[in-house]
Write a protein that binds this ligand. Structure first.
Ligand SMILES: Cc1cc2nc3c(=O)[nH]c(=O)nc-3n(C[C@H](O)[C@H](O)[C@H](O)COP(=O)(O)O)c2cc1C
Length: 434
């Protein structure tokens, strides 16, 4: 069987993540409020030659479940969290190869402001920045920003299409060689290579020019995670990488088939967008140790944690539904629309089962020795036609990450599944190196 070389990412949020009690796992005096934990994680991921780190982000404190934030705050779930932007700055300074991606919303940032911030970061990191484009799913966030409500789901993507078009125009307003800085010729920049953007869209207008020159990558790597049909069309139009959560290899395969088809329909090479699937493999020196660790982790998950996560992600208050029955067919909220169908793709499941699965992150239950984990990852990538995986390691469980990097990564590298060295310095290079 030919070896399938994988792309690998770390995924987390700059605060308490989606598992109850994660924050209590922090060791060695780390504090999520301070830079050291992020910097050390970045160094470990770079040592493992991961392609990138990706920070999720959202606004406000979860309050969909039961209409209040009591449980998320007590349990340290999803919130509070730092804005990822300054973190990317701090990580740019302490690493030199690993890609740095953060989530920013087209609903809340003015396009000019975000285009400029990302261009600056791409300079600071010397070409390692990516943008996970989200349209946001929470009404509470819209209210915080002074809006009366969230714009309707598909319309948010229509707005995002135009947002990207404007950002692309701004990033192209400086030709790559416009900044001359030639002391002998006494010329700083060539005005003939700096162009006015005159953008008149349905949702946005901009007349002017970016006051940051063309960055090493020209524009950040565009990442996306939309799972709805409209979200996938958006990704097929713009994304260079997508991240997804699936509950089975068949689900992964269906998604990649659909995504690669949409890429072709959009006039793109079906392989021009990397597809990374979320996993949290649990390592053990033996199968039985790994199984014990897996079961111990699963036992920590509570139904309520799962209900909070599910409510937040779908925008539907799950406290209103019967725990031991399936959810009503076709239930749809303002948030992620692919979540509930994904859980019930293998037949009816009760809300309790869905909640526990969410809380355990057990969509791909992988546990075992390093060789077993390598076997499963390789086979999953082949059968599901994925390009790689992102590790749902959680910010606080640094020990988990170090164990994965020390015990599993060398096996993946020995088998030719992961790179042993970076061959370039930009994020786009890493992603399209193979
Ligand atoms: C792995 C993954 C990570 C995501 N991270 C974020 C995030 O950080 N912030 C956010 O607002 N939405 C996030 N989302 C939500 C989606 O990007 C998308 O906006 C949402 O799923 C609604 O669109 P859809 O119905 O097309 O899926 C994430 C989704 C997935 C699958």
């Amino acid at each position: 069987m030919p070896t399938k070389k994988l792309h690998m990412a770390w995924f987390g949020i700059a605060g308490p993540g989606g598992s109850a009690g994660d924050w209590k796992r922090t060791v060695d005096g780390y504090d999520w409020r301070h830079p050291e934990i992020y910097q050390d994680i970045a160094r470990v991921c770079e040592r493992a030659k991961f392609d990138l780190m990706l920070f999720a982000d959202q606004y406000g404190i979860p309050q969909v479940y039961g209409g209040n934030w009591d449980h998320p705050l007590k349990a340290g779930l999803w919130s509070p969290s730092h804005d990822p932007l300054p973190i990317l700055g701090a990580l740019s300074a302490c690493t030199s190869k690993i890609g740095l991606v953060a989530t920013f919303s087209t609903t809340f940032f003015p396009p000019y402001l975000l285009a400029r911030l990302l261009a600056s970061l791409d300079h600071f990191s010397r070409g390692r920045i990516g943008w996970n484009v989200v349209t946001s799913t929470k009404k509470s966030a819209a209210l915080s920003f002074g809006m009366d409500d969230l714009v309707e789901h598909d319309e948010r993507y229509n707005i995002a299409d135009e947002y990207l078009a404007l950002c692309n125009a701004l990033w192209s307003s400086w030709e790559p060689d416009a900044l001359v800085m030639d002391r002998d010729a006494d010329i700083f920049a060539d005005p003939s290579k700096v162009h006015t953007v005159d953008f008149q869209g349905k949702y946005f207008k901009s007349l002017g020019v970016l006051n940051v020159p063309s960055s090493p990558q020209g524009r950040p790597v565009i990442v996306q995670a939309g799972g709805s049909p409209r979200g996938q069309r958006f990704a097929a139009e713009h994304a260079e990488m997508v991240i997804i959560n699936k509950t089975s290899v068949e689900g992964l395969r269906d998604y990649t088939r659909s995504m690669r088809g949409l890429l072709a329909q959009a006039g793109r090479d079906p392989m021009s967008c990397k597809i990374l699937c979320g996993v949290r493999p649990v390592f053990g020196e033996t199968e039985s140790i790994a199984k014990e660790k897996w079961e111990a982790l699963a036992a920590e998950a509570t139904v309520e944690t799962g209900l909070v996560s599910l409510s937040e992600q779908t925008g539907i208050d799950m406290s209103a539904y019967e725990l031991d029955s399936p959810l009503p067919a076709g239930l749809k909220g303002p948030g992620m629309q692919s979540k509930l169908p994904e859980h019930s793709r293998h037949g009816p499941v009760t809300l309790r089962q869905i909640a526990l699965s969410e809380a355990r992150h057990d969509n791909f239950p992988i546990y075992g020795t390093a060789d077993h984990i390598a076997d499963v990852l390789e086979q999953t990538a082949i059968d599901g036609d994925a390009d790689g995986f992102y590790l749902r390691a959680g910010l606080h469980n640094v020990a988990y990450l170090i164990e994965f990097v020390d015990k599993v990564v060398p096996v993946l590298q020995r088998r030719g599944l992961l790179r042993k060295e970076y061959s370039g310095t930009t994020l786009r290079h890493h992603l399209f190196e193979y």
